[in-house]
Write a new protein. Structure first.
Length: 245
């Protein structure tokens, strides 16, 4: 009997617990038949870019696709401005000259060596300008005189060395005929940049302007470094070396 009573009490307690838990849950109430569910609509407003919202205006300009298809102020060229026919401020100014043409004597400002046909410019006439005594077909200029042309001696090239610090000319020397490059192609002046220390050239010559002939550039780089030994002839510093025919 005691064991039977224990089972009965346990069953009653279990039924009470299950009933209490079931009371916590309930089924949803059924809706009214034929009544649709109404969902409230949200209002949407289109923002207009304007001076009130500067950030919105800038974003609208960045995302605007009209310049890809239509002409706007950003992608269309304006017409060239043309000056309309009108008067200017200079038109109101009267053109007055303080001196007349008869009082103009530009020959007075010429130096004493300004001669026309051997006669000073102030006393020369039209015949002196034509050079009647020498040749009727030739015209002589003011200060023209005979110039003695001295032929240039044979040389291989001419080098000029300038200091890059102050532009001072350090050396001007004519190279012998043996320094000529072994090519018959015409070439122009070329320039090198040299860095000299106490032991001579600290690095190879840097070509800054070529002669338009690669053979000439290579020849003079090797000649100035190995044969002429330009590094031993210059004090320490930076120099610009020009080689001309």
């Amino acid at each position: 009997m005691p064991e039977r009573n224990r089972w009965i009490v346990s069953a009653v307690v279990a039924v009470g617990i299950v009933g209490g838990a079931a009371a916590l849950f309930r089924a949803p109430a059924p809706g009214l038949p034929g009544t649709p569910r109404v969902v409230p609509l949200s209002e949407i407003e289109i923002a207009q870019p304007g001076p009130a919202d500067e950030l919105l205006r800038q974003q609208a300009e960045l995302r605007d696709l009209r310049p890809l298809f239509l002409p706007t102020l950003r992608n269309a060229a304006l017409r060239a401005p043309r000056r309309e026919p009108s008067r200017t401020l200079l038109d109101a100014e009267a053109r007055t000259f303080k001196t007349s043409e008869t009082e103009l004597h530009p020959e007075r400002d010429l130096p004493p060596v300004g001669l026309v046909g051997g006669v000073p410019a102030g006393k020369a006439g039209p015949a002196d300008g034509l050079g009647v005594e020498t040749d009727l077909a030739s015209l002589t200029g003011i200060g023209r005189r005979q110039v003695d042309v001295v032929p240039v001696s044979a040389r291989g090239a001419v080098i000029e060395v300038l200091a890059t610090r102050d532009g001072r000319r350090v050396m001007v020397e004519a190279l012998p005929v043996s320094a000529r490059p072994g090519t018959a192609k015409p070439w122009g002046p070329l320039e090198f940049l040299a860095t000299v220390d106490a032991a001579g050239l600290s690095s190879s010559l840097v070509l800054t302007e070529g002669s338009r002939v690669d053979e000439v550039d290579t020849h003079f780089r090797r000649y100035l470094t190995e044969t002429h030994r330009i590094g031993a002839r210059l004090p320490p510093g930076f120099y610009r070396i020009t080689v001309a025919p």
